[in-house]
Design a protein around this ligand. Structure first.
Ligand SMILES: [Zn+2]
Length: 60
């Protein structure tokens, strides 16, 4: 199972792609950071992988 991540361009907080897949759009979890992170910000191949395999990455 691959673990892809997205790094916030503002504060460098790393967010797991499966978390983004379940939220789609989320405020950066970085402390005091107002940046908004989107699943669509991930490379297209990564998005496809997570959509196709979403049950493997279910967030408990
Ligand atoms: Zn941030």
């Amino acid at each position: 199972m691959r673990i892809e991540t997205l790094t916030c361009p503002v504060c460098r907080t790393v967010v797991a792609a499966n978390v983004l897949e379940s939220n789609r759009v989320m405020k950066c979890p970085g402390n005091g950071c107002e940046s908004v992170l989107r699943f669509e910000d991930l490379p297209e191949a990564v998005q496809d992988h997570y959509v196709e395999n979403r049950t493997d990455y279910r967030v408990e």
